[in-house]
Design a binder for this molecule. Sequence first.
Ligand SMILES: Nc1ncnc2c1ncn2[C@@H]1O[C@H](COP(=O)(O)OP(=O)(O)O)[C@@H](O)[C@H]1O
Ligand SMILES: [Mg+2]
Length: 325
Amino acid sequence: MSLLSVDNLSIGYETKNGMVKAVDGISFSLEKGRPLGFVGESGCGKTTIGMTLMGLLPDNAKILSGSVRFQTQDLVRLTEDQWRSVRGKDIAMIFQAAMNALNPVYRVDDQVREAILAHRPDISDKELNHRIRELFELVEIPYERIHDYPHEYSGGMKQRVIIAMALACQPQVIIADEPTTALDVIVQDQILEELRAIQSKLNTGLIFISHDIAVVASICEDICVMYGGQIVETGTRKEVFSSPRHPYTKTLLGSYLSLDNEEHIIIPDMRESADLTLASGCCRFQANCTACDAACKSDQPTWIDISPTHKALCCDAGIIRNPHD
Ligand SMILES: Nc1ncnc2c1ncn2[C@@H]1O[C@H](COP(=O)(O)OP(=O)(O)O)[C@@H](O)[C@H]1O
Ligand SMILES: [Mg+2]
């Protein structure tokens, strides 16, 4: 059974210009031991999904439809009281720009201690200290550094503390939202390697969010490509990365194609950002799609199966099935 299963989820934000539909009818499931990646340009709804799974949507957000099954519960129906026993304990998040999340006036081990105590107030001192030591070992921070203050740490070390805090209560699902975006490339690689090792050691569910498809492909078994609040293509890493079908996925991958790649891929120009006010279910990529025709403006795109695990959302089955045309 899936660890987490999302069905037809739509989320809107109330704004002074009306309702913005940030997430439009998405469905996916997360399997244990198969990290799932979400990739797409800024504003496509990735963080909104993460916040929904943590019960942390802002006040102007509205869940318009759908369900999120986790264990025996539908997370979209939880009250704030019920969320308190799930958030951070069963489902934990490594936030975007998490490096500013550490409190500058507390030592790092005390901050990890707080994260454990939040859900296990009755833990003995001995067990607590043991757990802190174990967590710092897991993220490879030397024991003699654990009493330091955040300003004594490098960016990479701070990010490791944030990962340790997310792992503090042995969550079943970890959501990592752009966890390495603020780091330089070498440190980014180290942190990704660390996350990969931790994930396979602990066998937790991992949802990994990034605007960078190469980063997502380096850590995830399965990938969902998002555009304008919709998932437009999904498949295994190999399927999406090596044989992209949706025109938007091709755009994303454009900058990674090597010169000797024999496959001829037409890369559309991105002229306009996605229109989130379009009616539900419309193709939101139409303004940028080189293959767009009259039918795309009137028809709703449908899921076209390429393999049992690979599919793309498009009005034109021919485009998806015959990628070289
Ligand atoms: N609190 C908010 N109020 C209104 N609109 C928002 C709010 N948060 C996000 N949005 C809008 O929702 C869309 C999706 O945002 P987000 O989930 O942050 O995307 P991503 O993480 O992919 O960059 C964007 O168009 C963004 O402007
Ligand atoms: Mg985001």
